[in-house]
Ligand binder design. Sequence first.
Ligand code: NCD
Ligand code: ZN
Ligand code: ZN
Ligand code: ZN
Length: 353
Amino acid sequence: MDTLIKLPGFVDVHVHLREPGATQKEDFSTGTKAAIAGGYTQVLDMPNNNPPTLDKAALDNKIKLATGKIWSDLGFNFGASENSTKYFDQVKKDVFGLKVYMNSTTGNLVITERKKLDLIFRSWQGPLPIMVHAENTLGIAISLAQKYKKKLHVCHMVADQIEMITKAKKSGLQITCEVCPHHLFLTRDDQKSLGTLAMMKPPLLTKAEQDKLWANINKIDMISTDHAHHTLEEKKDKRDVKFGVPGLETTLPLMLNAVFDGKLSLAKLINMLSTKARETFMLPEQPNTYVLVDLTKVYKIKDKKLFTKCNWTPFENMEGRGEIKKVVLRGKTVFSNGSFNTSPSGKIIKPRV
Ligand code: NCD
Ligand code: ZN
Ligand code: ZN
Ligand code: ZN
């Protein structure tokens, strides 16, 4: 491998930029700055805001709030509820995935009633996937996707879901899955030192479960950061535990380290960070867009300057590899040697449908 490599801009289909409703945690400007600083040129924002993205007005409001202040390109996933099915037709050309929360997590979007889930899966039309937060409920999601012949995307998959996903793939279902860096690099043992900072949904895995994820890494389609943090004060409040961790700026160094440790190939990493998501979510082309990375740089995660509003990382002190020298978006250098020199030139994106 060369020491300086040129990679395609990364894509993260699962980030929570917290605007509107919780801009003390993150906002469209800081979230997309963090994206670019981490090598991501396209990110898709999740709907579990306050107010949630459950109708056309909430989506239009997000677009309005983000316009003119985003550094990476930004698209939106729509939220599912019994009532939001009314808007599916109106928004389907403007959003990428339909997010269904089948277990409880941040926000109040959880749906458990079979009748409602059935209506939601039946109503979503078009070539884009239904994205599920499904822990013990993955079996239900798969059978509904099979019943209504819908594309399914499994968010933040964990080790005990590998067999079910593999079996569904073999059955002919169009199913993809993503894994998060915190499940690949932290285990339940890290909870002792991290305390509530290590709380997220799904929870951290045991070492044996994590080993199983790595042993099956070539069967996993994408890496998503699930960049979903809270302020340090909010995280430390033990009476009201908040789930979620940041990830946009720490994923590349952790994953490049794994490549150097022989855990996956660089080609597979590029597919997981960019190509596969671009195809699955019908993302628009980004001509002349790339990331230049110096592979010789090895450092401790804490030494890295972060652009997210979040001033903590669960990966503190872990070894990272690869320094981003430059991020070029549509021919314009937006980030180089650790700083942003231009004005924000990210675009709101729509699927190529
Ligand atoms: C996410 C959040 O805080 O928005 N939290 C998390 O623990 N992963 C929601 C989610 O993705 O489930
Ligand atoms: Zn989730
Ligand atoms: Zn999430
Ligand atoms: Zn190493």
